[in-house]
Design a protein around this ligand. Structure first.
Ligand SMILES: Cc1cc2nc3c(=O)[nH]c(=O)nc-3n(C[C@H](O)[C@H](O)[C@H](O)COP(=O)(O)OP(=O)(O)OC[C@H]3O[C@@H](n4cnc5c(N)ncnc54)[C@H](O)[C@@H]3O)c2cc1C
Length: 312
Protein backbone atom coordinates (compact mmCIF):
# COMPACT_ATOMS: atom_id res chain seq x y z
CA UNK A 1 0.00 0.00 0.00
CA UNK A 2 1.41 3.40 -0.95
CA UNK A 3 1.61 6.35 1.41
CA UNK A 4 -0.94 8.11 -0.78
CA UNK A 5 -3.40 5.19 -0.39
CA UNK A 6 -3.00 5.27 3.38
CA UNK A 7 -3.92 8.95 3.44
CA UNK A 8 -7.24 8.52 1.65
CA UNK A 9 -10.06 7.98 4.18
CA UNK A 10 -12.83 5.48 3.42
CA UNK A 11 -15.43 7.97 4.68
CA UNK A 12 -15.14 11.74 4.43
CA UNK A 13 -17.15 14.89 5.00
CA UNK A 14 -19.20 16.55 2.24
CA UNK A 15 -20.62 20.04 2.78
CA UNK A 16 -24.02 20.11 1.05
CA UNK A 17 -27.18 22.15 0.80
CA UNK A 18 -30.81 21.16 0.37
CA UNK A 19 -31.88 21.29 -3.29
CA UNK A 20 -35.31 19.64 -3.05
CA UNK A 21 -37.83 18.74 -0.33
CA UNK A 22 -40.50 16.22 -1.21
CA UNK A 23 -43.21 14.94 1.14
CA UNK A 24 -43.62 11.24 0.35
CA UNK A 25 -46.32 10.47 2.93
CA UNK A 26 -47.46 11.69 6.37
CA UNK A 27 -44.28 10.34 8.01
CA UNK A 28 -41.63 10.39 5.27
CA UNK A 29 -39.85 13.40 3.84
CA UNK A 30 -37.30 13.00 1.03
CA UNK A 31 -34.55 15.58 1.13
CA UNK A 32 -32.22 15.89 -1.84
CA UNK A 33 -28.79 17.30 -1.05
CA UNK A 34 -26.44 18.80 -3.56
CA UNK A 35 -22.84 19.89 -3.26
CA UNK A 36 -19.78 20.56 -5.40
CA UNK A 37 -17.88 17.59 -3.91
CA UNK A 38 -20.63 14.97 -4.22
CA UNK A 39 -19.05 13.65 -7.41
CA UNK A 40 -16.70 11.90 -4.97
CA UNK A 41 -19.53 10.48 -2.82
CA UNK A 42 -20.03 6.76 -3.36
CA UNK A 43 -22.51 4.18 -2.13
CA UNK A 44 -22.52 0.42 -1.97
CA UNK A 45 -26.31 0.61 -2.28
CA UNK A 46 -28.53 -1.53 -0.06
CA UNK A 47 -28.59 -0.26 3.56
CA UNK A 48 -25.67 2.14 3.05
CA UNK A 49 -25.41 4.25 6.18
CA UNK A 50 -24.11 7.78 6.38
CA UNK A 51 -23.92 10.50 9.01
CA UNK A 52 -25.73 13.80 8.85
CA UNK A 53 -24.12 16.63 10.84
CA UNK A 54 -26.84 19.13 11.64
CA UNK A 55 -26.49 22.89 11.96
CA UNK A 56 -26.51 24.45 15.43
CA UNK A 57 -29.16 27.10 16.06
CA UNK A 58 -27.71 30.48 15.23
CA UNK A 59 -24.36 29.06 14.08
CA UNK A 60 -25.33 26.92 11.10
CA UNK A 61 -22.45 24.74 9.96
CA UNK A 62 -19.80 27.32 10.95
CA UNK A 63 -18.16 24.89 13.36
CA UNK A 64 -18.16 21.91 11.05
CA UNK A 65 -14.77 20.24 11.37
CA UNK A 66 -13.18 19.65 7.96
CA UNK A 67 -10.21 17.39 7.28
CA UNK A 68 -9.61 13.68 7.67
CA UNK A 69 -9.75 13.76 11.47
CA UNK A 70 -13.17 15.45 11.48
CA UNK A 71 -14.35 13.18 14.28
CA UNK A 72 -11.42 14.02 16.57
CA UNK A 73 -11.92 17.71 15.78
CA UNK A 74 -15.65 17.42 16.49
CA UNK A 75 -15.02 15.70 19.84
CA UNK A 76 -12.52 18.40 20.78
CA UNK A 77 -15.14 21.14 20.37
CA UNK A 78 -16.82 22.48 23.52
CA UNK A 79 -20.17 20.66 23.92
CA UNK A 80 -22.25 23.72 23.07
CA UNK A 81 -20.50 24.01 19.70
CA UNK A 82 -20.68 20.31 18.75
CA UNK A 83 -23.12 19.89 15.88
CA UNK A 84 -25.49 16.95 16.47
CA UNK A 85 -24.66 13.89 14.36
CA UNK A 86 -27.27 11.34 13.32
CA UNK A 87 -27.19 8.18 11.21
CA UNK A 88 -29.26 7.92 8.02
CA UNK A 89 -29.44 5.79 4.85
CA UNK A 90 -28.60 6.73 1.29
CA UNK A 91 -31.90 6.38 -0.55
CA UNK A 92 -30.65 7.66 -3.89
CA UNK A 93 -27.33 8.79 -5.35
CA UNK A 94 -26.66 10.62 -8.63
CA UNK A 95 -22.95 11.51 -8.42
CA UNK A 96 -22.96 12.83 -12.00
CA UNK A 97 -25.45 15.48 -10.85
CA UNK A 98 -23.93 15.85 -7.41
CA UNK A 99 -27.12 14.69 -5.64
CA UNK A 100 -27.93 12.43 -2.68
CA UNK A 101 -31.44 11.60 -1.44
CA UNK A 102 -32.15 10.85 2.22
CA UNK A 103 -35.62 9.87 3.48
CA UNK A 104 -36.28 11.32 6.96
CA UNK A 105 -38.94 9.95 9.30
CA UNK A 106 -40.80 12.89 10.83
CA UNK A 107 -41.29 11.92 14.46
CA UNK A 108 -41.84 15.42 15.80
CA UNK A 109 -39.56 18.12 17.10
CA UNK A 110 -38.20 15.80 19.80
CA UNK A 111 -34.79 15.31 18.18
CA UNK A 112 -32.50 17.64 16.23
CA UNK A 113 -32.66 15.62 13.01
CA UNK A 114 -36.43 15.26 12.85
CA UNK A 115 -36.89 18.88 13.94
CA UNK A 116 -34.45 20.07 11.28
CA UNK A 117 -36.13 17.97 8.56
CA UNK A 118 -39.57 19.35 9.42
CA UNK A 119 -38.34 22.87 8.71
CA UNK A 120 -35.88 22.07 5.91
CA UNK A 121 -35.93 24.45 2.97
CA UNK A 122 -34.00 24.74 -0.27
CA UNK A 123 -30.59 26.25 0.43
CA UNK A 124 -30.25 24.96 4.03
CA UNK A 125 -26.77 23.65 4.75
CA UNK A 126 -25.63 20.44 6.49
CA UNK A 127 -22.58 18.22 6.31
CA UNK A 128 -22.79 14.58 5.24
CA UNK A 129 -20.21 12.00 6.19
CA UNK A 130 -20.25 9.28 3.56
CA UNK A 131 -18.19 6.81 1.53
CA UNK A 132 -15.33 8.29 -0.44
CA UNK A 133 -15.24 7.28 -4.12
CA UNK A 134 -11.49 7.93 -4.14
CA UNK A 135 -10.83 5.30 -1.47
CA UNK A 136 -9.20 2.35 -3.25
CA UNK A 137 -10.66 -0.45 -1.05
CA UNK A 138 -14.13 -1.45 0.14
CA UNK A 139 -15.75 1.41 2.06
CA UNK A 140 -18.25 -0.81 3.96
CA UNK A 141 -21.06 0.74 5.99
CA UNK A 142 -23.80 -1.70 4.99
CA UNK A 143 -24.99 -4.99 6.46
CA UNK A 144 -26.94 -6.62 3.62
CA UNK A 145 -24.88 -9.74 2.85
CA UNK A 146 -27.25 -12.57 1.87
CA UNK A 147 -25.65 -15.80 0.69
CA UNK A 148 -26.15 -16.30 -3.05
CA UNK A 149 -28.03 -19.57 -2.43
CA UNK A 150 -30.52 -18.26 0.18
CA UNK A 151 -33.84 -20.01 -0.47
CA UNK A 152 -35.78 -17.19 1.16
CA UNK A 153 -35.08 -13.70 2.43
CA UNK A 154 -36.88 -12.32 5.46
CA UNK A 155 -36.57 -8.53 5.67
CA UNK A 156 -38.28 -6.70 8.51
CA UNK A 157 -38.17 -3.29 10.11
CA UNK A 158 -39.97 -0.21 11.31
CA UNK A 159 -40.24 3.18 9.57
CA UNK A 160 -36.58 4.08 10.20
CA UNK A 161 -35.58 0.98 8.23
CA UNK A 162 -37.97 1.70 5.33
CA UNK A 163 -35.36 3.66 3.28
CA UNK A 164 -32.84 0.82 3.63
CA UNK A 165 -35.42 -1.87 2.92
CA UNK A 166 -36.76 -0.07 -0.17
CA UNK A 167 -33.20 0.25 -1.51
CA UNK A 168 -32.56 -3.45 -0.82
CA UNK A 169 -35.84 -4.60 -2.38
CA UNK A 170 -35.12 -2.73 -5.59
CA UNK A 171 -31.97 -4.83 -6.05
CA UNK A 172 -33.55 -8.27 -5.56
CA UNK A 173 -33.39 -10.52 -8.58
CA UNK A 174 -36.76 -11.50 -10.06
CA UNK A 175 -37.84 -14.88 -8.75
CA UNK A 176 -35.92 -14.57 -5.45
CA UNK A 177 -38.36 -15.50 -2.69
CA UNK A 178 -38.52 -12.64 -0.21
CA UNK A 179 -40.91 -11.77 2.58
CA UNK A 180 -40.78 -8.10 3.55
CA UNK A 181 -42.52 -6.80 6.67
CA UNK A 182 -42.60 -3.08 7.42
CA UNK A 183 -44.30 -1.45 10.41
CA UNK A 184 -45.13 2.22 9.76
CA UNK A 185 -47.12 4.89 11.63
CA UNK A 186 -50.12 5.13 9.25
CA UNK A 187 -51.69 3.32 6.29
CA UNK A 188 -50.73 6.26 4.06
CA UNK A 189 -47.04 5.58 4.82
CA UNK A 190 -47.05 2.50 2.56
CA UNK A 191 -44.70 3.78 -0.14
CA UNK A 192 -44.50 2.74 -3.78
CA UNK A 193 -41.62 0.30 -4.15
CA UNK A 194 -40.58 -1.50 -7.32
CA UNK A 195 -40.61 -5.03 -5.88
CA UNK A 196 -39.62 -7.76 -8.36
CA UNK A 197 -41.59 -11.00 -8.82
CA UNK A 198 -41.16 -13.23 -5.80
CA UNK A 199 -40.90 -10.37 -3.29
CA UNK A 200 -44.00 -9.81 -1.17
CA UNK A 201 -44.20 -6.59 0.87
CA UNK A 202 -46.60 -6.32 3.80
CA UNK A 203 -47.09 -2.86 5.30
CA UNK A 204 -48.19 -2.88 8.93
CA UNK A 205 -49.69 0.51 9.90
CA UNK A 206 -49.92 1.10 13.64
CA UNK A 207 -52.80 3.51 13.00
CA UNK A 208 -54.90 1.69 10.44
CA UNK A 209 -57.49 4.46 10.15
CA UNK A 210 -61.25 4.30 10.50
CA UNK A 211 -61.08 5.29 14.17
CA UNK A 212 -59.44 2.02 15.25
CA UNK A 213 -57.06 2.44 18.22
CA UNK A 214 -53.35 2.44 17.35
CA UNK A 215 -51.32 -0.71 17.91
CA UNK A 216 -48.42 -0.40 20.37
CA UNK A 217 -45.04 0.15 18.69
CA UNK A 218 -43.52 -3.14 17.57
CA UNK A 219 -46.57 -5.31 18.25
CA UNK A 220 -47.58 -5.75 14.60
CA UNK A 221 -44.02 -6.29 13.43
CA UNK A 222 -43.30 -8.85 16.15
CA UNK A 223 -46.46 -10.83 15.38
CA UNK A 224 -45.79 -10.71 11.62
CA UNK A 225 -42.16 -11.83 11.96
CA UNK A 226 -43.18 -14.70 14.23
CA UNK A 227 -45.88 -15.81 11.79
CA UNK A 228 -43.43 -15.57 8.87
CA UNK A 229 -40.89 -17.69 10.71
CA UNK A 230 -43.58 -20.29 11.41
CA UNK A 231 -44.41 -20.40 7.71
CA UNK A 232 -40.81 -20.76 6.63
CA UNK A 233 -40.32 -24.32 7.81
CA UNK A 234 -36.72 -24.39 6.58
CA UNK A 235 -35.76 -21.66 9.04
CA UNK A 236 -36.18 -24.11 11.89
CA UNK A 237 -32.81 -25.64 12.56
CA UNK A 238 -32.95 -25.66 16.35
CA UNK A 239 -29.75 -25.49 18.33
CA UNK A 240 -30.80 -26.55 21.81
CA UNK A 241 -29.25 -24.59 24.61
CA UNK A 242 -28.45 -21.37 22.74
CA UNK A 243 -28.39 -18.65 25.38
CA UNK A 244 -27.87 -15.13 24.18
CA UNK A 245 -25.86 -12.44 25.91
CA UNK A 246 -28.19 -9.85 27.32
CA UNK A 247 -27.74 -6.60 25.43
CA UNK A 248 -28.70 -3.54 27.49
CA UNK A 249 -30.38 -1.48 24.76
CA UNK A 250 -30.51 1.55 27.07
CA UNK A 251 -26.78 1.58 27.64
CA UNK A 252 -25.38 0.32 24.36
CA UNK A 253 -26.20 -0.42 20.76
CA UNK A 254 -27.85 -3.61 19.60
CA UNK A 255 -25.91 -4.49 16.48
CA UNK A 256 -25.45 -8.17 15.80
CA UNK A 257 -24.51 -9.07 12.27
CA UNK A 258 -23.07 -12.32 10.91
CA UNK A 259 -19.38 -12.48 11.70
CA UNK A 260 -17.31 -13.64 8.77
CA UNK A 261 -14.75 -15.16 11.17
CA UNK A 262 -17.29 -17.63 12.60
CA UNK A 263 -17.41 -21.15 11.15
CA UNK A 264 -19.74 -21.43 8.12
CA UNK A 265 -23.42 -21.34 8.98
CA UNK A 266 -25.57 -24.46 8.71
CA UNK A 267 -27.53 -24.24 5.51
CA UNK A 268 -30.88 -23.10 6.84
CA UNK A 269 -31.64 -21.59 3.46
CA UNK A 270 -33.11 -18.47 5.02
CA UNK A 271 -31.31 -15.17 5.47
CA UNK A 272 -32.91 -12.50 7.64
CA UNK A 273 -32.26 -8.76 8.06
CA UNK A 274 -34.07 -6.94 10.88
CA UNK A 275 -33.75 -3.29 11.91
CA UNK A 276 -35.75 -0.81 13.95
CA UNK A 277 -36.40 0.25 17.53
CA UNK A 278 -33.77 -1.52 19.67
CA UNK A 279 -36.16 -2.99 22.25
CA UNK A 280 -38.35 -4.49 19.53
CA UNK A 281 -35.37 -5.88 17.63
CA UNK A 282 -33.96 -7.30 20.87
CA UNK A 283 -37.11 -9.26 21.63
CA UNK A 284 -37.28 -10.54 18.04
CA UNK A 285 -33.66 -11.64 18.35
CA UNK A 286 -34.44 -13.59 21.50
CA UNK A 287 -37.42 -15.25 19.85
CA UNK A 288 -35.71 -16.12 16.58
CA UNK A 289 -32.40 -17.33 18.00
CA UNK A 290 -33.31 -18.70 21.42
CA UNK A 291 -36.88 -19.96 20.97
CA UNK A 292 -37.00 -20.91 17.28
CA UNK A 293 -33.34 -21.83 16.90
CA UNK A 294 -32.62 -19.84 13.73
CA UNK A 295 -28.90 -19.78 13.08
CA UNK A 296 -27.64 -16.36 14.18
CA UNK A 297 -25.02 -16.49 11.44
CA UNK A 298 -27.91 -16.07 8.99
CA UNK A 299 -29.45 -13.00 10.62
CA UNK A 300 -28.47 -9.35 10.94
CA UNK A 301 -30.16 -7.68 13.96
CA UNK A 302 -29.79 -3.90 14.14
CA UNK A 303 -31.16 -1.43 16.68
CA UNK A 304 -31.56 1.73 14.59
CA UNK A 305 -32.81 3.86 17.50
CA UNK A 306 -34.01 3.49 21.08
CA UNK A 307 -37.36 4.72 22.33
CA UNK A 308 -36.89 7.42 24.99
CA UNK A 309 -33.18 7.85 24.28
CA UNK A 310 -31.53 10.25 21.86
CA UNK A 311 -28.75 9.10 19.55
CA UNK A 312 -26.05 11.27 21.15
C1 LIG B 1 -27.77 2.50 10.24
C2 LIG B 1 -28.95 3.42 10.50
C3 LIG B 1 -29.67 3.93 9.44
C4 LIG B 1 -30.76 4.79 9.68
N1 LIG B 1 -31.46 5.29 8.61
C5 LIG B 1 -32.50 6.13 8.82
C6 LIG B 1 -33.19 6.71 7.72
O1 LIG B 1 -32.83 6.54 6.54
N2 LIG B 1 -34.27 7.53 7.99
C7 LIG B 1 -34.66 7.79 9.30
O2 LIG B 1 -35.62 8.55 9.50
N3 LIG B 1 -34.00 7.26 10.35
C8 LIG B 1 -32.93 6.46 10.14
N4 LIG B 1 -32.24 5.95 11.21
C9 LIG B 1 -32.75 6.23 12.57
C10 LIG B 1 -32.30 7.60 13.08
O3 LIG B 1 -30.89 7.66 13.16
C11 LIG B 1 -32.92 7.83 14.47
O4 LIG B 1 -34.31 7.81 14.41
C12 LIG B 1 -32.41 9.10 15.16
O5 LIG B 1 -32.65 8.96 16.53
C13 LIG B 1 -33.11 10.37 14.67
O6 LIG B 1 -32.50 11.47 15.30
P1 LIG B 1 -33.31 12.67 15.96
O7 LIG B 1 -32.32 13.76 16.14
O8 LIG B 1 -34.53 12.92 15.14
O9 LIG B 1 -33.78 12.10 17.36
P2 LIG B 1 -32.88 11.84 18.68
O10 LIG B 1 -32.31 13.11 19.20
O11 LIG B 1 -31.90 10.76 18.39
O12 LIG B 1 -33.96 11.30 19.70
C14 LIG B 1 -34.87 12.19 20.36
C15 LIG B 1 -36.09 11.41 20.83
O13 LIG B 1 -36.80 10.95 19.69
C16 LIG B 1 -36.99 9.55 19.76
N5 LIG B 1 -36.93 9.03 18.38
C17 LIG B 1 -35.85 8.90 17.56
N6 LIG B 1 -36.22 8.40 16.37
C18 LIG B 1 -37.56 8.21 16.45
C19 LIG B 1 -38.53 7.71 15.53
N7 LIG B 1 -38.21 7.33 14.28
N8 LIG B 1 -39.82 7.65 15.93
C20 LIG B 1 -40.19 8.05 17.18
N9 LIG B 1 -39.32 8.53 18.10
C21 LIG B 1 -38.02 8.61 17.72
C22 LIG B 1 -35.86 9.03 20.64
O14 LIG B 1 -36.23 7.83 21.28
C23 LIG B 1 -35.70 10.17 21.63
O15 LIG B 1 -36.63 10.04 22.69
C24 LIG B 1 -31.13 5.12 11.00
C25 LIG B 1 -30.38 4.63 12.07
C26 LIG B 1 -29.29 3.80 11.83
C27 LIG B 1 -28.48 3.29 12.99
Amino acid sequence: MTVQTLQIPAYRTFPVRVSRVQRLSPSFLRITFTGPELGDFSSNGFDQRIKVMLPLPGRGILDFPAGDDWYGAWRALPPERRMPIRTYTVRGLRPERGEVDVDFVLHGATGPASAWAERAAVGDEVVLVGPNARFPGPTGGFEWHPPADASCLLIAGDETAVPAVCAIVETLRPGQRAKILLEVPTAADALDVAAPDGAAITWLPRRPGGGAPPAPRGALLTAAVMAAVDELADVRTPTPGVVLDDVDVDAGILWEVPDEDLPPRRSSGVYAWLAGEAGVVKSLRRHLVQDVGIDRRSVAFMGYWREGRDSD
